[in-house]
Design a protein around this ligand. Structure first.
Ligand code: ZN
Length: 555
């Protein structure tokens, strides 16, 4: 899907350029053109398809080869700090392009109508593209394209994989016709808000189908599962095309009335409020990755291991690392399989969740990544720790919440880290590093060195398991894992020990637990139900034991 060359963009947890539908964008735009009928000038419908990939271009608008953006249009884009075609992927970009499309219809300028229609259709389709589901993203860029793990044949992960056969085309038409128009509000402010909210809504629509699509990659996928995947993939493409149709028709109708919507700071603030309300209300089960785990949780009242989780928002937006959803789901499923009572703790409920007490949650698993959480959530975690709660912390950042461990986690020099901080880059360390486990971890994993079986520095994807820290040995801190590279020993993981001989907190870099990096397993039997690999299971089990959990089976 990702067909462009390696992109040298800053990637330290900033938005990263990973493309969504690949060839599927052509099929989405073809379908939209078909659904739009005579709403588009017939002479330029071919350009709506030809320009389907324009927003995946990082060039400034002025440098686009395929189309010269008019001076007037450029002025409006620049007034909103939308400098490149790639900025179409933002909600603001879509709002401004909607305005430009209204103007193009008003001026009756067919080429501009085609161009802004193509630019809008692309991101509206991207937000429903399944490679940004938290499970399928990891599968696409790490498990498949990166590590080449063996899986079932699957149906595909691009709309084009299902939209081009005669049977696929028939299904696309049938589902597209059945999708009623969702008219945009007639009020121009409300219409712009609806355009901006589209990405959030399509993201939920898409992540609800993540495991259904993943199920076709199971080694023993049934014909029924394959058919369900085909339908789900078609639904996602149809979602993009029909939303695009509705937005383009609305732009034409505003032009006919002579109304040009305007994006004001007040409206942008209103969008932020609506977005926050939408994210606050989004059911966690909309992330299909978590749906069955929610059913398998320990009953209320039974002490359990907590796993801190967050919902998807859109594209790559997340408070924790993008890979954290896969990792936490895999850890929870490994606990489920091992009979360890667990409970998913929703980040959004932290500040009001009286259930987060050491009595109910003996250990809390956190996969922190950049840990972009608000003060209330941070305070709730600090209060949990002060009351005797224990952390299994997979970093990422630690936010000073780990007592003595936090005091001794030092920023490592980029050159000594195994995971590059820049997109698409490799590191020397990834190829040379040997990881050794010590103390309780050694009992679980042996004294032999481990190497990366697959390079975590994949060329694409924003889920690479970064951690920028090394551990300084200190009194009260037990080193549990170290990396040896070029004659140097770098402590990486450790525990801060309490007076009772149990750990208060364990810190692990994300790359030690991320699936299929240190384990020699060469395939995934059922992608739709991810769990930790055998190395990860042993690390989890040893960590929980250290943290005072009763003995945990590691099989
Ligand atoms: Zn895109």
């Amino acid at each position: 899907m990702h067909t462009k060359a390696v992109l040298f963009l800053l990637a330290c947890f900033c938005p990263l350029p990973v493309f969504a539908w690949g060839p599927g964008h052509d099929d989405v735009n073809k379908l939209a053109v078909e659904l739009l009928g005579d709403a588009l000038p017939a002479a330029v419908t071919a350009n709506v398809v030809k320009w389907a990939h324009t927003p995946d271009d990082f060039a400034p608008w002025e440098k686009l080869k395929q189309f010269r953006v008019s001076a007037d249009d450029l002025r409006l884009l620049k007034a909103h700090k939308l400098d490149t075609a790639y900025s179409s992927h933002s909600a603001k970009g879509q709002a401004v392009e909607f305005i430009l499309l209204v103007k193009a219809f008003k001026d009756n300028d067919p080429q501009r109508i085609a161009f802004w229609s193509a630019c809008l259709l692309h991101p509206l389709a991207d937000e429903a593209a399944c490679n940004h589901d938290p499970l399928l993203h990891y599968a696409t860029y790490a498990f498949k394209a990166g590590y080449h793990l063996k899986m079932g044949v699957g149906v595909g992960m691009d709309f084009a994989d299902v939209a081009r056969s005669p049977a696929g085309q028939e299904l696309v038409r049938r589902l597209a016709v059945a999708e009623p128009p969702r008219f945009l509000p007639g009020d121009p402010d409300e219409a712009l808000l609806a355009v901006m909210m589209s990405g959030l809504e399509s993201n939920s629509y898409m992540t609800r189908r993540g495991t259904t699509i993943a199920a076709s990659f199971a080694l023993d996928a049934t014909p029924q599962q394959m058919a369900a995947t085909r339908t789900a993939l078609v639904e996602l493409g149809v979602r993009g095309a029909t939303r695009g149709r509705d937005v383009i028709v609305a732009a034409r109708d505003f032009a006919r009335q002579g109304t040009i919507p305007a994006l004001t700071p007040r409206l942008e603030a209103a969008f932020q409020r609506r977005k926050a309300a939408y994210v606050a209300a989004r059911p966690l089960a909309d992330d299909a990755l978590y749906a069955d785990l929610l059913q398998a949780q320990a009953p209320a009242g039974q002490p359990a291991v907590g796993v801190l989780v967050e919902p998807s928002i859109n594209m790559n937006e997340a408070c924790f690392s993008f890979g954290a959803k896969l990792l936490t789901a895999a850890a929870a499923r490994s606990m489920q399989l091992a009979g360890v009572p667990f409970r998913l703790i929703d980040l959004r409920s932290l500040d009001k969740n009286a259930a987060l007490t050491p009595q109910s949650i003996s250990v809390l698993v956190v996969c922190a990544g950049p840990f972009k959480v608000g003060k209330a959530a941070k305070d709730a975690l600090a209060a949990y720790s002060a009351a005797g709660g224990r952390f299994l912390w997979i970093g990422g950042e630690h936010a000073g919440l780990l007592g003595k461990l936090s005091e001794n986690l030092l920023a490592a020099a980029p050159a000594e880290l195994p995971i590059a901080s820049q997109y698409g880059q490799d590191t020397r360390v990834a190829h040379q590093a040997q990881f050794y486990f010590l103390h309780e971890f050694q009992e679980a994993l042996g004294s032999q060195p481990y190497r990366f079986v697959h390079n975590p520095n994949t060329k694409a994807g924003w889920q690479t398991p970064r951690c920028g820290y090394r551990l300084r040995p200190a009194e009260g801190v037990a080193v549990l894992a170290e990396m040896r590279v070029a004659g140097e020993v770098v402590p990486l993981a450790g525990a801060c020990m309490g007076r009772d001989g149990k750990a208060r907190a364990v810190f692990l870099p994300e790359y030690l637990l991320a699936p299929y990096l240190l384990s020699d397993e060469d395939g995934i039997a059922n992608l739709s139900r991810p769990s930790l690999d055998k190395v990860g299971r042993r690390i989890l089990s040893a960590s929980l034991t250290l943290l005072g959990q009763a003995a945990v089976p590691s099989k």
